[in-house]
Design a protein around this ligand. Structure first.
Ligand code: SAH
Length: 241
């Protein structure tokens, strides 16, 4: 492994196809694996005088697909925090939206709050731990600069949503549903590193069309939009640090 740079900004992206437009646009160079025995891949460049490192979760060695989801998110984040000790983490990715709360395909979100909708432990003390509610740092000026919406992003281990998940997503008034953000917050909290979450809507959770069909149709456009927004964010004077 090459010598570790310390990052100003750590970008964490679950899927390689989400990361590639950012890697191309910012001419990020490969650093190889984030850590031994960890499939996550790191890329780096200096952008506007800032040392930027992007980590993609990498391919699962057994199943040969991207390590999407909360487990890959927390393990990747912990390894990247230990190696790169960033000042700021930004989780970038696609998400589901909610038309019942005014959501539409291609909406960009920079949520103020994060939670889990599929971790349920009805025992005192553990309920709040499992729900994992987390506040992102104030970033109103950045939200305006990016043209992004606010609200709550809820994470879970599944692309679909059971009726109970849906009830909790409604109770939380979630505006984004993803599989990583609240898990990254879990690791970021241990290190006291501020976390921002930038998501683009590929599908609508409360629409009759199957989530995976809308996801696949809208995925490419969302990744281009995320790369454009990331480019603005990396050069912004409105970062919360
Ligand atoms: N089926 C996809 C696999 C990835 S889908 C494929 O074949 O390529 C899930 C990824 O997109 C996760 O990283 C998640 O964070 C995000 N995502 C997009 N829409 C989502 C939704 N409605 N619910 C949960 N995660 C969603």
């Amino acid at each position: 492994m090459s010598t570790a740079p310390k990052a100003d900004i750590l970008l964490q992206v679950a899927m390689r196809a989400e990361a590639q437009p950012i890697i191309d646009r910012e001419s990020l160079q490969s650093l190889g694996a984030v850590a031994p025995h960890c499939p996550a891949q790191a890329f780096t460049n200096t952008v506007a005088g800032r040392n930027v490192v992007l980590v993609a979760h990498g391919a699962d060695p057994l199943h040969n697909c991207d390590r999407i989801g909360p487990i890959g998110a927390a393990t990747t984040c912990a390894a990247a925090l230990a190696r790169f000790t960033p000042r700021l983490i930004v989780n970038i990715g696609t998400c589901g939206g909610f038309r019942s709360r005014g959501g539409a395909i291609a909406d960009l979100h920079l949520p103020q709050r994060l939670a889990f909708h599929d971790q349920r432990v009805p025992i005192p003390g553990f309920r709040e731990f499992a729900r994992g509610e987390f506040q992102t740092p104030p970033a109103e000026a950045l939200r305006a600069e990016l043209g992004a919406l606010g609200g709550l992003c809820s994470s879970g281990g599944s692309l679909d949503a059971t009726p109970q998940d849906r009830a909790i997503l409604d109770e939380l008034e979630a505006r984004c549903k993803d599989m990583e953000a609240a898990a990254i917050a879990f690791s970021a909290r241990d290190w006291g590193v501020p976390l921002l979450v930038l998501k683009c809507v590929t599908d609508l959770v409360d629409h009759p069309e199957a989530v995976q069909d809308a996801f696949l149709r809208n995925f490419h456009g969302a990744t281009v939009q995320l790369a454009n927004a990331t480019s603005v964010l990396l050069r912004s004077n409105n970062l919360p640090w």
